[in-house]
Design a protein around this ligand. Structure first.
Ligand code: ZN
Length: 302
């Protein structure tokens, strides 16, 4: 009898190990989402991302081979579990595969550059939460070091984080391709240290036009960076002290294409952008746009 009980228990244990056994519901985690599956797949090597995300991960983590990035949904951020240094050290590719951009029509991408700060960025996050809208924050490495908790908040609330250089110094960034890459990689390391993953999307400070040569374009591709400029500008850095209504009008006038990528700023001094944001969201929503976050699949603005 004892042997039979033992045998039954062994079968049951085996059952638990492979497919669950008996009334395991209370202890069984909820069914994996595709985001979780993707993350778990990426976690099966040496350097997994930090486990600070909630059970329902608000992002996708790329696999070692970047073979899970052909996505259908435009509102889920995508990151890499590995830094470039880790990829090189482990013989993993740093080059993204060819991806077909999202086919969805009428998706607007709100993007906020130059943050985070500790006033305007949290205020913008609050408005986005109230409006149930996801956005993209192109952060500066030096500010990320100053406000790591705000970076974490952006990440955990399901917005996308992109790399916007270490300190936005045009003279140094555009002096040479190697300087540019060095700063981007330094910022990646900082962000990886804060959120446990690395952004795959970047925005060149000031935009690529007038700054990038062909050399920059091929060097970025070789290192798996996808750069997106914008096709709609709020002009919230214009020198004539524009106010919130100007930004709303600018966006209303320009956002007529299928995939507007809208330039705004969330660093200190951009209080008017905070004031304009609810109006900007309502204008876009009334025009029939859904809201997406920038990923490697986001269509280029031009
Ligand atoms: Zn900038």
């Amino acid at each position: 009898m004892k042997n039979m009980q033992k045998a039954a228990m062994a079968v049951c244990l085996a059952g638990i190990l492979f497919s669950g056994c008996g009334n395991q519901k209370a202890a069984t985690p909820p069914p994996a989402t595709s985001a979780q599956e993707a993350t778990e797949k990426a976690q099966d090597t040496a350097q997994p991302p930090k486990k600070e995300a909630p059970a329902q991960l608000p992002y996708i983590t790329a696999t070692k081979d970047f073979d899970n990035l052909q996505l259908g949904a435009a509102d889920i951020p995508v990151y890499d579990a590995y830094t470039l240094a880790e990829r090189r050290a482990n013989g993993m590719t740093t080059v993204l595969p060819e991806l077909t951009p999202y086919q969805e029509k009428k998706v607007a991408y709100l993007t906020f550059d130059d943050g985070p700060d500790d006033v305007n960025t949290p205020a913008i996050l609050e408005i986005l939460r109230q409006e149930n809208v996801k956005a993209t924050f192109y952060v500066v490495g030096r500010s990320a070091l100053t406000y790591p908790d705000i970076v974490k908040q952006i990440f955990l609330e399901g917005h996308a984080i992109g790399n916007h250089s270490y300190d936005h110094d045009y003279d140094r960034l555009y002096a040479s391709v190697s300087q540019y890459l060095e700063e981007m990689e330094h910022t990646d390391e900082i962000l990886h240290g804060i959120i446990g993953v690395r952004p795959l999307v970047t925005r060149a400070p000031g935009g690529r036009i007038g700054h990038f040569t062909e050399e920059y374009v091929s060097a970025l591709a070789a290192n798996g960076y996808v750069e997106h400029d914008w096709n709609v500008s709020s002009a919230d850095t214009a020198p004539n002290h524009p106010v919130a209504q100007d930004f709303i009008d600018n966006i209303e006038g320009q956002a007529t294409m299928d995939s507007p990528i809208i330039l705004m700023h969330c660093s200190s001094g951009h209080e008017e952008t905070v004031k304009a944001l609810p109006g900007i969201i309502h204008v876009l929503r009334d025009r029939g746009y859904a809201f997406g976050v920038v990923t490697p699949m986001t269509p280029q603005p031009w």
